[in-house]
Ligand binder design. Structure first.
Ligand SMILES: C/C=C(\C)C(=O)SCCNC(=O)CCNC(=O)[C@H](O)C(C)(C)COP(=O)(O)OP(=O)(O)OC[C@H]1O[C@@H](n2cnc3c(N)ncnc32)[C@H](O)[C@@H]1OP(=O)(O)O
Length: 783
């Protein structure tokens, strides 16, 4: 637990609790015993505290902190820190790996800190809905000042050793053998006065500005917190650091109790474990196939087909993980553009050496030797099948073939090959090198080995991989469907788009449904609806009622907006940016017409905006697959007006567009909708409850195996607010399943033709039998 040894006058205490040396009550008791022994021994004149194995303590043991042992654990930690702080012999912390939370707090209570260059320090408690409750909020500001302490504690960000040295958090960076250096350093400071080494005895450098600093940062913290209570509570604790140390500690302890007993802390700790639990996957249809039984194929090289935004992002992720990549793109200009983006991103990350692992090509035969291919071409089933047919012939028989699709049928794609067992879906989220989620989709014939391979790939490239079944939209986008529909129905009834967005953003989403579709591109859903024959590129299908499709209520507003060329924010601009974007546009439009054998005069085109929209449509639905890649490029640089908002040049701030508001008003009048005032609560409930209700269907059908899989998908792919634990956790632990059922019953009685508001049979069953989502398919008792 804490190994004791002496090197002459130096006692060394090494925390030994693999794998991360986290603090349990027993570890802390062992540390206290070690400290007492060293203090008692007259031959010992200094003490070194270090971590055995790969790291310095990574903080309190969360499993213990979640249970009934939380209070004793915390009080033990505070006691250890007090022992260390007040010790009459100098204590040196030797830091390697990650000194996190309580580990970093122990280091701050010590008199000296040495670190290896690769060490990372941080106080990440805010991500767990807590604050650094063992003196972190009191000692850190005494070193770095209130302003920096607020920044570091409310973000929970990593501090690399060099930065820690600059901030005065570390006294020395050690290049060689850390323990040896720490022992000799400890020996060198023996007998020196300790008073100025005790951080607790220092004053906060910017104490006179504390109120000013808090006032200046409060608004930003509140905005970033999106409803989480921990960040502002951390600030309150930091504010108390200007008080005498003991008073500040008492304030910290009170605020810690408040947070520790909040539902938000429980939700965020659930998120922590769920993020890791998804790695322990099992096949929803056959539990014998799981992370323990299925062996992944070793992947060393990956082909990426398509160098659009997604393909480039995926390539960056793979290169950053040290994999070899062959990037294939049939369009030379697009390929060059992607190479420039990849180069720039890797350079920003100081990882330019990774470029040597990249081969770019326009020739499919270059993929003959890769272990796996990720296809990332335009979202079009015909095109994807064509690509898979080619890949099946060219790649080695054992290569895994993955499709980056956001909702197309994996079985249909697999059927284009003679190796359906090796075909799988890998749904990356945009930007693919930034977003953590990877939704992995198995088809009917996908083998256990292939599933294990893509789940392993997620871990290798630092993503959170979640295994799901095959259905339209998989888990994430399928659940988003009812949410979007309900948002549109709210427009019909009298809410303006920005009011729907505001209510959802107040709940904690970074973006409401309309800003989100504006950003992603409204044409994506439109194309999908056209493929599903719910609409056409010219308007509703003939002989179709305007507000119904196949017996279901349908809101045609987004189709109407797309028909007017309101395709989305794309590169962040509305009509006003169109003029400034001419050059890019010229290039892409030129490509398209060269393929046609003709050259088009863009200036004439811009003079007739309608013609431009027609051209975009023409490109979108072009039969020639080769054109589709150009289409994506053309659309990316086409600064079309957004669906519901306008955007000032260079800004991402959505402004309500009077044109759209008028259009919605005319629409309400035409279809006899009577405008009524709708509360934010109703907006949030109807949108989110219909999404969650779909989650119950997804579980019922075995598309997701566990509620936590859905939560992780929403947390890491869709911006669901982390402090609520995810949609399924939130509804079970905060709202209550019974209340969800009653609300859905009320809304579905009021809107009998909104099918997604009809409570799912699984929900009804659970409420009737008192079942629990947490227990459904969960493999681990931690949660
Ligand atoms: C009051 C509160 C106080 C005083 C605190 O200290 S709160 C805790 C502060 N510390 C943290 O928040 C650290 C959390 N852990 C991490 O950030 C990471 O685990 C890591 C950076 C330390 C290591 O990352 P990585 O190498 O990727 O490993 P994993 O994240 O996969 O973790 C390996 C297994 O260890 C379990 N784990 C990690 N941290 C803790 C912890 N603090 N308590 C208990 N268990 C922890 C994690 O769940 C993994 O378990 P398995 O999934 O393998 O079963």
């Amino acid at each position: 637990m804490a190994e004791y040894s002496t090197y002459g006058s130096v006692a060394v205490l090494q925390v030994n609790n693999p794998p991360l040396n986290t603090f349990t009550r027993h570890v802390l008791q062992a540390l206290v015993s070690g400290l007492e022994r060293a203090q008692r021994d007259p031959a010992v004149r200094s003490i070194v505290i270090a971590g055995k194995g790969p790291t310095f303590p990574a903080g309190a043991d969360l499993e213990e902190l979640l249970g009934t042992a939380a209070a004793p654990l915390l009080s033990n930690l505070r006691m250890v820190d007090k022992h260390v702080d007040t010790c009459q012999k100098p204590i040196v912390c030797a830091i390697h790996g990650t000194a996190l939370g309580g580990g970093f707090e122990l280091a701050l209570a010590s008199h000296y800190r040495l670190a290896v260059p690769s060490a990372t320090l941080s106080l990440p408690e805010v991500h767990l809905g807590m604050l650094p409750g063992a003196g972190g909020t009191q000692r850190l500001p005494r070193v770095v000042g209130v302003k920096s302490a607020i920044q570091l504690i409310t973000s929970g960000q990593d501090i690399k050793a060099q930065q820690a040295l600059t901030l005065g958090l570390v006294d020395k960076i050690v290049q060689g053998d850390l323990l040896k250096e720490a022992v000799s350093f400890a020996r060198s400071v023996e007998g020196r006065p300790l008073e100025d080494r005790r951080i607790s005895q220092r004053t906060v450098p910017d104490a006179d500005k504390v109120d000013e600093v808090v006032e200046a940062t409060r608004k930003t913290i509140l905005r970033k917190a999106r409803g989480a209570i921990a960040p502002l509570t951390c600030v309150q604790a930091i504010q108390a650091s200007v008080l005498p140390f003991a008073a500040g500690m008492a304030r910290e302890a009170d605020l810690m109790t408040y947070l520790m007993t909040s539902w938000q802390a429980a939700a965020q700790q659930y998120v922590f474990f769920s993020e890791r639990e998804v790695r322990q996957w099992s096949h929803p249809r056959d539990k014998h196939i799981n992370f323990r039984t299925a062996k992944p194929t070793v992947i060393k090289s990956v082909g990426v087909v398509g160098a659009g935004t997604m393909g480039a992002g995926i390539t960056i992720s793979l290169l950053q993980a040290g994999l070899k990549v062959v990037l294939l793109e049939v369009n030379k200009k697009q390929l060059d553009k992607a190479i420039a983006v990849i180069q720039k991103t890797l350079r920003q990350k100081s990882a330019s050496q990774k470029m040597s692992q990249l081969t770019t090509t326009m020739d499919y035969s270059q993929l003959s030797d890769v272990d796996m291919v990720i296809e990332a071409v335009f979202e079009n089933l015909r095109l994807k099948k064509e690509v898979f047919r080619k890949l099946d012939v060219i790649t080695k028989p054992q290569a895994v073939l993955a499709s980056n699709t956001s909702g197309l049928d994996i079985d249909k794609i697999a059927a284009a090959t003679k190796r359906p067992d090796k075909v799988v879906g890998t749904h990356f989220f945009s930007p693919a090198n930034v977003m953590r989620l990877l939704e992995n989709i198995y088809g009917k014939k996908t083998s256990a080995e292939t599933v294990a391979t893509v789940m392993q790939l997620a871990t290798t490239i630092g993503k959170v991989g979640v295994l799901v079944g095959n259905c339209a939209g998989f888990v994430g986008n399928r659940m988003l469907g009812p949410y979007r529909s309900e948002a549109l129905f709210l427009l019909e009834e009298g809410v303006d788009p920005q009011d729907v967005d505001r209510a959802i953003e107040e709940f904690g989403f970074p973006m409401g449904p309309f800003r989100m579709t504006d950003l992603a591109g409204n044409d994506i859903g439109w194309r999908r609806r056209i493929e599903a024959r719910l609409t056409t590129e010219h308007g509703p299908p003939p002989d179709t009622p305007a507000l119904y499709r196949r017996g279901d209520r349908y809101c045609p507003l987004p189709d109407m907006l797309c028909l007017q060329g309101r395709l989305g924010q794309k590169t962040g601009a509305g009509c006003m940016m169109l003029q400034e974007a001419k050059d890019d546009l010229t290039e892409n439009i030129y490509i398209r017409f060269r393929t046609d054998g003709s050259v088009f005069d863009l200036r004439r085109l811009l003079a007739h905006t309608k013609t431009l929209e027609e051209l975009i449509l023409d490109l979108l639905f072009a039969d020639d697959c080769a054109l589709l890649a150009h289409t994506e490029a053309a659309l990316m640089s086409h600064h079309a007006p957004s669906m519901c908002n306008r955007y000032d040049p260079g800004s991402r701030t959505a402004l309500p567009d009077p044109v759209v508001l008028q259009m919605i008003q005319d629409y309400r009048q035409e279809h006899g909708f009577k405008k009524r005032t709708i509360s934010s609560q109703e907006i949030v409930e109807r949108c989110l409850y219909s999404l969650i209700n779909e989650g119950f269907h997804v579980l019922d059908e075995g598309i997701a195996s566990r509620a936590l899989d859905i939560d992780v998908i929403y947390l890491f792919g869709y911006g669901w607010p982390r402090h609520t634990g995810g949609p399924m956790y939130y509804v079970e632990r905060v709202i209550g399943l019974e209340k969800l059922l009653r609300s859905l019953e009320t809304y579905s009685a009021r809107y009998p033709n909104h099918s997604h508001l009809q409570p799912s049979p699984l929900l009804r069953d659970m409420v009737a039998k008192g079942g629990s989502l947490a227990a459904l398919g969960t493999t681990d008792s931690k949660l």
